[in-house]
Write a protein that binds this ligand. Structure first.
Ligand code: 5GP
Ligand code: ZN
Length: 114
């Protein structure tokens, strides 16, 4: 998708601190971290919001979650704990229109979110 910053990161056209990549997903540090560790795991394919997921996308969404769990172990915060969040549309707080899984760790996170 033209002008999508996350598509550009996925294609290595914009810089990011990439932590993991395969043929379907890529994980990188959030540019404005909301916790000591704040990663984003995204599909390489452009999907605008969670509402645009279709039948057949189950494995892709699962891969996002499995990638988050793998990185949590590799980066050493799996045991302490972490939070995964996917925001959808205005009320969900979405600001980048390419779906992404936030992975937040490194401090005690409050609940409920604001
Ligand atoms: P949202 O509000 O859509 O759930 O989350 C978007 C996230 O993308 C925010 O946490 C924001 O800091 C991050 N972000 C926005 N632009 C960039 C960018 O150019 N590079 C990286 N690495 N993160 C970005
Ligand atoms: Zn995109």
């Amino acid at each position: 998708m033209q002008d999508c910053i996350f598509c550009k990161i996925a294609k290595h056209e914009l810089p990011a601190k990439i932590l993991y990549e395969d043929d379907q997903v890529i994980a990188f540090n959030d540019i404005d971290p909301k916790a000591p560790t704040h990663l984003l795991v995204i599909p390489k394919r452009h999907i605008t919001t969670l509402n645009d997921l279709e039948e057949g996308d189950e494995a892709l969404v699962g891969r996002l979650q499995v990638t988050a769990a793998k990185l949590a172990k590799e980066l050493g915060f799996a045991e302490a704990g972490y939070r995964v969040v996917m925001n959808c549309n205005e009320d969900g707080g979405q600001t980048v229109w390419h779906i992404h899984m936030h992975v937040l760790a490194g401090r005690s996170l409050t609940w409920p979110p604001g």
